[in-house]
Design a binder for this molecule. Structure first.
Ligand SMILES: [Zn+2]
Length: 143
C-alpha cells in the first residue's frame, strides 16, 4: 500500500494527537478546533481516520465507563508518526529559520524574548541583557 499523503496541517495534528494518547473521533474534532481555531469538518477527519485504519496505523479500542471507542496507534502507526514528525520538523525549521534573529554578541538564535538595543543609532538584537551590555561595552567610550 502506498504511503498516506498528508497534505493538510489538520491531518498532521490528528496524527500528533494519536501519538499523545488513545483518543475518540469526537475528542479529535474538539482538540482540532481548539488548536486551529476553526471547527474541522467531520468529512475530513473521519475519512482520514478510516484511511489510517485501513493502513493498520490505528485500531479501535473501547475505554472508559461508557465504553467509548478510541483510536490508538499500532506499532506501524507509531513508525508512521515518527516519519511524519521528522518530515514536518524540517519543514517547520525551513519556515522559521529565516525569521530567527541571531544574537549579535554570541550568535545564538533568538526565538523570542530577545533584547533590542540601539547602539550608535542601529537597532541590534541580543539574546539577553548581559550579551547586550557586553557588546555595548566594546563600543562605548569610557570617559
Ligand atoms: Zn547572546
Amino acid at each position: 500500500m502506498p504511503e498516506i499523503k498528508i497534505a493538510s496541517l489538520s491531518k498532521f495534528f490528528v496524527v500528533l494527537l494519536l501519538e499523545d494518547k488513545p483518543i475518540s473521533g469526537y475528542d479529535i474534532m474538539k482538540e482540532l478546533e481548539q488548536k486551529i481555531g476553526v471547527p474541522p469538518s467531520p468529512g475530513q477527519v473521519y475519512p482520514f481516520l478510516k484511511e489510517l485504519k485501513d493502513h493498520k496505523y490505528v485500531k479501535l479500542s473501547s475505554s472508559g465507563p461508557r465504553d467509548k471507542q478510541v483510536y490508538l496507534l499500532t506499532d506501524e502507526g507509531k513508525k508512521f508518526a515518527e516519519r511524519l514528525s521528522s518530515r514536518f520538523d524540517s519543514i517547520i525549521e525551513l519556515a522559521i529559520k529565516p525569521k530567527l534573529d541571531k544574537c549579535v554578541e554570541c550568535r545564538c538564535e533568538i526565538y523570542k524574548g530577545g533584547v533590542r538595543v540601539k547602539i550608535n543609532g542601529k537597532a541590534l538584537d541580543f539574546c539577553c541583557n548581559s550579551c547586550a551590555e557586553h557588546y555595548a561595552g566594546k563600543f562605548l567610550k569610557h570617559p
